[in-house]
Design a protein around this ligand. Structure first.
Ligand SMILES: C[C@H](O)[C@H](O)[C@@H](O)C(=O)CO
Length: 501
C-alpha cells in the first residue's frame, strides 16, 4: 500500500483565497477545501491596499483547521497573483501594506520609464509584456512620488514571498513570481542591473532567487504555537505565481521539457484574468512577440510561459458589483442564464481596452466603448454580459492565431483551467470562436499545481510529465466541441476591425 502524504496549498487570488489539503498516494491526488475566504482592496486615503494582516490571519486559520483535522502535513506552499510586493526594513519591519495593482499610482509611469531607457531595450532584456502595473512601474511610481519607503527598504518581497517570510522568517524571491516584475532577465536568470540603474531603482533590495519546488524554510516557532501544531512544518516555495502553478496542472500528455517540436496545445488560466499562452523550452523574444506584446513569464523546470494577459472575467465581476451597488444584486448563474438567452453577436468590445482596467462603473465604460466605435449599446444586463463573453472568446482566437504564427505551429487543443473553467457558456464560446476543442478543468488547477510541485520538490514525483499524468488520472475534464463556425467567422471579421482601431 503506497504511502499517502499530505500537503497544504495556500492559494490567494485577487477575489478570494483558499487553503486546500492535498492527499497524494503516489498515483492519485485527492483534494479537500479546508478554508475559503474573500479577498479585495481596502481604500485608505487615496490608495488601494491589500489587507495583508487579514490575509495572513486567514492563512493561519487554514493551517489551524488542517492541524485540527489531524492531517500530518509534510509541507506547505503559498501562491498568489503576480506583480504586487511588500518592502521589509531593518529589524524585520514590514514597511506598510502592499498596494493593489489596480491602484492608479502607475498612471504615466510607462512613458516616464521609456524616457530613461527605450521601450525596445526593456523588452529585449526582459521579454515581458508592457502592462502599467508591472512591479518596475510601481517602484518607479514610489520613486517619482519621493516615497521614503525606498530609502529605508532593505528587501523587496513579492506577495507570496512576503507571506512566506511571515511564516518562516526567510527572505527569498521565487523565480516564477519574480518573472512578473519586468526586472528579471530570463536569459541570464538574474535581476537586470541595467534597468535598475537606468531607472535609479535600488538594485540592493532585490533578494536571492530560488527555484519553484525548493525549500524556503520551516514555520516560525510562534506560528507553530499559535496554530496548535505539534511540530514545525517545512515550507516549500511552489510556483508561487498562481498562473505558473495553474499551468503546471494542465492535464496534457505532451512534453515540453527537452522537446524540440513546437507546442500543439495552449492553456488558458481563467479567472479574474484570462492568461492565454503556450509552454516553451526557452524565452521567445523577437519582433513579432514585441509587436503583439506577448510576455515570457518563468515556468517550472526551465520552461517558459509565453502568454498574454487578457482582461478576463474581471469585466463580469466589476459589472456585477456595479449593479449590486445600485441595488440590482444578480448572481453569476443568473447573469449567465440572462446572457445565454440574449441575442447572439450584438455589440463587441476589445476586452483589453485600457478604460476597463481600474475599479468603477464597468457597464458605463462598456456602453461608452460601444458608442465610441459606432455600435449600439447592449440593451440589458444579459446582453452586456454576452458582449463581454463573446468578445473574450474572439480575443482568445486573436491570441491563438498570433501564437501559431510566432511558434510556427498549429494549436489543436485549448486547455481551460481554474475557476473560470466552470463557466460553461464561455468555454463553449471559446471552442466556437477558436474552432478548436476546449478541455475544461481542473477547476482548482492552481492549488493542484502548488501541491504537486511540493511533492516533486520532495522527490515524490520525478517529472512534469509524470505530474500531469497524475492530474489527468485524478480530476475530471469536460470537452466542448466547436459549433456554429460560420457565425463566429463573421463576428471575428467585425472584432478584428475593433482591435485594430
Ligand atoms: C496582475 C495579474 O494579477 C497578473 O498579471 C496575472 O498574471 C495574475 O497573477 C493572475 O492571477
Amino acid at each position: 500500500m503506497a504511502k499517502t502524504t499530505d500537503y497544504l496549498a495556500l492559494d490567494l487570488g485577487a477575489e478570494s483565497g483558499r487553503g486546500m489539503l492535498g492527499r497524494f498516494d503516489g498515483d492519485r491526488l485527492g483534494l479537500e477545501e479546508i478554508h475559503r475566504f474573500p479577498n479585495g482592496p481596502v481604500r485608505m486615503l487615496d490608495t488601494l491596499y491589500w489587507d495583508l494582516p487579514r490575509l495572513f490571519d486567514e492563512m493561519k486559520t487554514a493551517i489551524r483547521m488542517t492541524a485540527a483535522a489531524k492531517a500530518s502535513i509534510d509541507a506547505i506552499g503559498v501562491d498568489t497573483w503576480g506583480v504586487d510586493f511588500g518592502l521589509i526594513g531593518r529589524g524585520d519591519t514590514l514597511l506598510g501594506n502592499p498596494v493593489h495593482y489596480r491602484d492608479p499610482r502607475t498612471d504615466g509611469m510607462l512613458d516616464a520609464a521609456f524616457a530613461r531607457i527605450p521601450r525596445e531595450r526593456i523588452y529585449e532584456i526582459t521579454g515581458l509584456q508592457f502592462l502599467p502595473f508591472n512591479t518596475v512601474y510601481q517602484l518607479l511610481a514610489l520613486k517619482t512620488a519621493g516615497s521614503p519607503l525606498l530609502d529605508v527598504a532593505e528587501t523587496l518581497l513579492m506577495m507570496p514571498d512576503v507571506l512566506g517570510w511571515l511564516l518562516t522568517g526567510e527572505r527569498a524571491a521565487e523565480r516564477t513570481d519574480s518573472s512578473t516584475t519586468q526586472l528579471l532577465d530570463p536569459r541570464t536568470g538574474e535581476w537586470s542591473d541595467e534597468i535598475c540603474s537606468a531607472l535609479e531603482l535600488p538594485r540592493s533590495i532585490l533578494p536571492r532567487l530560488i527555484e519553484p519546488g525548493s525549500e524556503l524554510g520551516t514555520l516560525r516557532a510562534s506560528v507553530v504555537e499559535e496554530v496548535g501544531l505539534a511540530k514545525t512544518v517545512t515550507v516549500i516555495a511552489p510556483p508561487t505565481h498562481d498562473t505558473a502553478s495553474a499551468v503546471v496542472a494542465v492535464p496534457t500528455a505532451s512534453a515540453t521539457v527537452g522537446a524540440d517540436s513546437p507546442p500543439d496545445w495552449c492553456y488558458l488560466s481563467s479567472g479574474t484574468w484570462s492568461l492565454l499562452g503556450v509552454e516553451v523550452p526557452r524565452p521567445v523574444v523577437n519582433e513579432e512577440t514585441y509587436r503583439y506584446n506577448f510576455t515570457n513569464e518563468g515556468g517550472v523546470l526551465g520552461t517558459t510561459r509565453l502568454l498574454k494577459n487578457i482582461m478576463g472575467l474581471w469585466l463580469v465581476q466589476e459589472s456585477r458589483r456595479t449593479w449590486a451597488r445600485a441595488g440590482n444584486d444578480l448572481s453569476y448563474p443568473q447573469l449567465m442564464a440572462m446572457a445565454m438567452s440574449s441575442a447572439p453577436f450584438g455589440p463587441l468590445i476589445d476586452p483589453d481596452d485600457p478604460s476597463f482596467l481600474s475599479h468603477g462603473d464597468m457597464p458605463a465604460r462598456i456602453v461608452a466603448f460601444c458608442k465610441k466605435t459606432g455600435q449600439p449599446a447592449p440593451e440589458s444586463e444579459g446582453a452586456l454580459i454576452r458582449t463581454c463573453l463573446e468578445s473574450l472568446a474572439l480575443k482568445y482566437r486573436w491570441t491563438i492565431e498570433r501564437l501559431e504564427s510566432i511558434c510556427r505551429t498549429k494549436i489543436k487543443t485549448i486547455h481551460i483551467v481554474g475557476g473560470g473553467s466552470q463557466n460553461t457558456l464561455l468555454c463553449q464560446f471559446a471552442a466556437d470562436a477558436c474552432g478548436r476543442p476546449v478541455h475544461a478543468g481542473p477547476v482548482e488547477a492552481t492549488a493542484i499545481g502548488n501541491i504537486l510541485m511540493q511533492a516533486l520538490g520532495r522527490k515524490r514525483i520525478g517529472s512534469l510529465q509524470q505530474l500531469r499524468a497524475i492530474v489527468a488520472r485524478s480530476f475530471p475534464v469536460t470537452v466542448f466541441e466547436p459549433q456554429n463556425p460560420r457565425a463566429w467567422d463573421d463576428a471575428n471579421g467585425r472584432f478584428q476591425e475593433l482591435v485594430k482601431s
